[in-house]
Structure formats: structure tokens, C-alpha cells
Design a protein around this ligand. Structure first.
Ligand SMILES: Cc1ncc(COP(=O)(O)O)c(C=O)c1O
Length: 355
């Protein structure tokens, strides 16, 4: 059933105050946000309202027990200036996977996608036209019931915010393979996009940055040898002509870029295997000269080419060039901006001013 979304517009848009050629990272928000409340077992009052503060009780359960999950995705403009969303139904599915793990209610795909479409249509002037820029969308859900005690909350908010993001130039990155701290254990919350997973990653990431690395490469919790994923990306290795990416074993985020890149590589006639892979296998492949390239995949960056992986007492040189990674990145960007035919059927067009 189509949700009936009420809309309260701002009197005057702030969009003219933004310098689209110099967008500050993560601090600019559009004029409006989408909000919906979960009460008495159902989502009620879907609405778009001016962006602003939300009164929060100090006992709101998300603040204490961490029932908070989120999504990340981007809206782009096609050649005619129409907004387009990349596989939004996949984000809806993943939000609900996260919600299930965290004991939170599901959001129907209709509510999720219609909320996004309405907001993006209303905010289409905020989608930066510059190549490589996009409107970042952050759907999230948190427990806002004031209650002290350990149980699933009965009141939640589902909100979508939008924040213009400047061009992201894929650069070569260095990863730190972390053997002391872990991100996810079997049976834990690794495949949920839960706020707490990111909280636990902050200190190890700061330590890796202090050593000169860009992001952490997470290893498994039991033996610290199986590769899981990167701080905000999944990871692919090209070894002896074939691609390998860690399997989704419950501890790895189901990356939407990951799933798309697997399809693209297979369409390019590469073998792609989803399996367990150890850091020792990467060291050996590098020593034998068959580690051809490696890259991270994620919404924020698209493809990030990996130059080097550091770990205690060792540095793995990956590669100085990433021909396949670059081809995949260019193709994916062109599909997202309507410059290339969307033969995978990934893009959802959203009319300007739907509202
Ligand atoms: C931990 C983690 N892994 C992987 C990804 C990549 O997922 P996606 O391709 O859906 O952006 C992200 C980004 O959302 C992430 O935070």
C-alpha cells in the first residue's frame, strides 16, 4: 500500500547558499527530512518536514542500549537532470536484515522507497551536477522510547536525511590488517549495519591512521587470519586472473556495491569466487607475483584501489595499477549517472518535483 506522506515545505530553500564546487564533507544537510514513527506495532505519520532538531528524552533507549541502525546510498542526476537512485530496494532489504538482528521492527519496502523518492524529488536542486558528486542519503532507525531496562523498545523513529557530497576521486589506499582488535565475531552483529559496529571500529581506525594507513582491514575474531572486509568497504583480490572476495558468513556487511561488482565482473567474463581467504594467502600470492590487483567497494567511494597492506612486522605490496578496478569504477559511475545503458536494471528514476 502506498504510504500517504504529508509534506511541510520550508519557506525559503537554503540551496543557494551552497557552493557546489566546494562542498564541506558531511556537514551540509538539505532543507527537509523524512520522518515516520513506530507506535502500537505500526509505522504511522510519514511526513516530510523542514530539517531541524528532534526532541529526545534522555532515557531514549537508543542512547543506552544502542538499538540504532542505518543505511547509506546516493542519488545522482541523469543527462536530463532527473534524479536517479541506485538499487534502493537493496538498501530496504538490508535495513530490515539489520532490524531483525537488532530486535527492531521492519520498514516496508514501499515506505522506504517512497520516502526516498519523495525526499529526493523535493530536494532535486541539492543534487550536485558536477561529475563524481552526488546527494548522499542516510536512512536510519533508532529506539526513541524513554525506558530504563533491557528489552526491545516499543517506539522507534525512521528518518531519511540528505547531504550533498563533493566529488570523490578514487585514490590508491593503504590498509592496516588488524590482529589485536576485531570488528565482528560469528553470532555477533557483523552483517547488521548497526551503529555499535562503527563505534567499536573508531579507536582501531584512529590507531591505523596514526600509523599512516587509510582504513583497517578486518580479520576474523577467532584466529585473526581470515579476511572479512575493510572499514567502510568490502574487498576483492585478483589472483592469477581470477577474483576472490570473502564470503558472506554472517560477519561481513552485505555490500550493495559488492553484489553489483560481482555481477559486473562476471559479465566481463571473470571468474569470481566468494570464499574464505586468509591474509597468508595474500602474502604468498604477492611473493609469487600473482597478486594482480585488489580493491575495496562501497557507496562512498565506488572502487578504492589498494596499493599496500600493512600488518605486524610485514608490508604486502599489492599493486601500483588497477586496470580492472578502474574499468569497473568507470562503468559503474557511468551507469549511475545515466551515461551508459543500465543493462543490469539497477537505476530507479525519480521525477523532479514529485511532491
Ligand atoms: C562495514 C562496511 N562494509 C561494506 C560497506 C559497503 O557497502 P555498500 O556497497 O552497500 O555501500 C560499507 C558501507 O556501507 C560498510 O560500512
Amino acid at each position: 500500500m502506498k504510504p500517504n506522506i504529508s509534506i511541510t515545505k520550508v519557506e525559503k530553500s537554503r540551496v543557494n547558499t551552497l557552493d557546489f564546487n566546494n562542498i564541506p564533507l558531511g556537514t551540509t544537510f538539505t532543507d527537509h527530512m523524512f520522518i515516520c514513527d513506530f507506535e502500537n506495532g505500526e509505522w504511522v505519520n510519514p511526513r516530510i518536514v523542514p530539517m531541524g532538531l528532534i526532541p529526545t528524552h534522555p532515557a531514549a533507549m537508543a542512547l543506552h542500549y544502542g538499538q540504532a541502525i542505518f543505511e547509506g546510498m546516493k542519488a545522482y542526476k541523469d543527462a536530463e537532470g532527473e534524479p536517479m537512485l541506485f538499487r534502493p530496494e537493496q538498501n530496504a532489504k538490508r535495513l530490515n536484515l539489520s532490524a531483525d538482528r537488532m530486535g527492531m521492527p521492519n520498514v516496508s519496502e514501499d515506505l522506504f522507497v517512497d520516502g526516498l523518492k519523495e525526499l529526493v524529488s523535493l530536494e532535486h536542486n541539492w543534487i550536485p551536477p558536477q561529475q563524481g558528486s552526488a546527494l548522499y542519503l542516510r536512512p536510519f532507525m533508532y529506539a526513541d522510547e524513554p525506558f530504563i531496562g533491557m528489552r526491545a523498545a516499543t517506539h522507534y523513529k525512521f528518518i531519511i536525511m540528505a547531504s550533498p557530497a563533493g566529488p570523490f576521486f578514487s585514490k590508491r589506499i593503504k590498509l592496516w590488517a588488524e590482529k589485536q582488535y576485531i570488528r565482528a565475531a560469528h553470532g555477533g552483529t557483523g552483517e547488521a549495519k548497526a551503529a555499535g559496529n562503527y563505534a567499536a571500529a573508531i579507536r582501531p581506525t584512529e590507531l591505523a591512521k596514526a600509523k599512516g594507513y587509510d582504513q583497517v582491514l578486518w580479520l576474523d575474531a577467532d584466529e585473526h587470519k581470515y579476511i572479512q572486509e575493510v572499514g567502510t568497504m568490502n574487498i576483492f583480490f585478483k589472483i592469477n586472473g581470477e577474483f576472490i572476495t570473502p564470503e558472506l558468513d554472517g560477519s561481513v556487511l552485505h555490500g550493495i556495491t559488492r553484489a553489483s561488482v560481482i555481477e559486473m565482473l562476471r559479465a566481463m567474463n571473470y571468474n569470481v569466487t566468494e570464499r574464505k581467504i586468509t591474509i597468508d594467502e595474500i602474502i604468498e600470492a604477492s611473493e609469487n607475483g600473482i597478486l594482480e590487483e585488489a580493491f575495496g567497494t562501497g557507496t562512498a567511494v565506488g572502487i578504492a584501489y589498494i596499493q599496500e597492506i600493512g600488518l605486524e612486522g610485514e608490508t604486502i605490496h599489492v599493486s601500483d595499477e588497477s586496470p580492472v578496478g578502474i574499468e569497473v569504477n568507470d562503468t559503474l559511475s557511468a551507469i549511475k549517472t545515466g551515461q551508459l545503458e543500465d543493462k543490469f536494471g539497477w537505476m530507479l528514476k525519480t521525477r523532479k518535483e514529485l511532491a
